[in-house]
Design a protein around this ligand. Sequence first.
Ligand SMILES: Nc1ncnc2c1ncn2[C@@H]1O[C@H](COP(=O)(O)OP(=O)(O)OP(=O)(O)O)[C@@H](O)[C@H]1O
Ligand SMILES: [Mg+2]
Length: 254
Amino acid sequence: MADTKQSASSDVLLGLEDVSVAYHGDITILDHVNIAARKGMVTGIIGPNGAGKSTALKTLYGFLKPTTGHIRYKGESLNGKPPYTFIERGIAFVPQNRSLFGDLSVEDNLRLGCWVFRSDNQRVQRVLDVAYSQFPILADKRNDPASSLSGGQQRFLELARALALEPEVVLLDEPTAMIAPKLSREIYDFIRELPSRGITVILVDQNVRQCAAVSDYLYVLELGRNKAEGGRDMFEGDSALHSLIEEWLEYKID
Ligand SMILES: Nc1ncnc2c1ncn2[C@@H]1O[C@H](COP(=O)(O)OP(=O)(O)OP(=O)(O)O)[C@@H](O)[C@H]1O
Ligand SMILES: [Mg+2]
């Protein structure tokens, strides 16, 4: 499948180059993983439970340090840089586990997303206006505690808070897990539109069919290693990658 791989080139915005990551010093989780997210694209990462998908995203966000290889952003190695500098560079993250402050209001959660520019009232107001126009339900509930929102509404709030930083790239870990189908569709529609707003996306998802539907390029991880990868033409229609994904993940892509 080597001929289908993305070659290293300048339009790779963020990626892992030959990256290994270990927990507790010696338990290797990622084993020489390569991921390259191209500017203006949705890059999907799929794979079975425990494949290392969340670990890959946490590494791309600076939470975990590679033991080999490089985290590469716009050509620069970010190895050893503190996580807050990843945010400053325009990398946003919506983690797999819920990350809201449930006792705080919807608006205060959004304002926390504006923390680094909190004294710039105009910018904060612009971010709130954009969030409320994108997700009108958040405007209706702006004074309610975040914990009173439904699961899907909380996901909207987490997305809006991540986008408050006006990032260049957003990392999304299982954005529709445990979310009702109607709201899931809205979330996938929203993700699909992000590149047209200049935001590159890396999407980790167990919903292989949906991930394939919104991604321009897909990586399959298994047991902490790259298993396969390919562009849209490789996983749509009758292709080797399409059949392999179905076989490995025991999941049929429509
Ligand atoms: N904090 C940790 N300490 C030790 N091992 C961990 C830790 N977090 C994850 N792991 C292990 O690392 C491996 C990869 O976990 P990871 O969460 O990246 O997988 P995943 O592909 O996101 O799985 P899922 O689909 O279940 O979310 C698993 O074997 C997991 O048990
Ligand atoms: Mg995970």
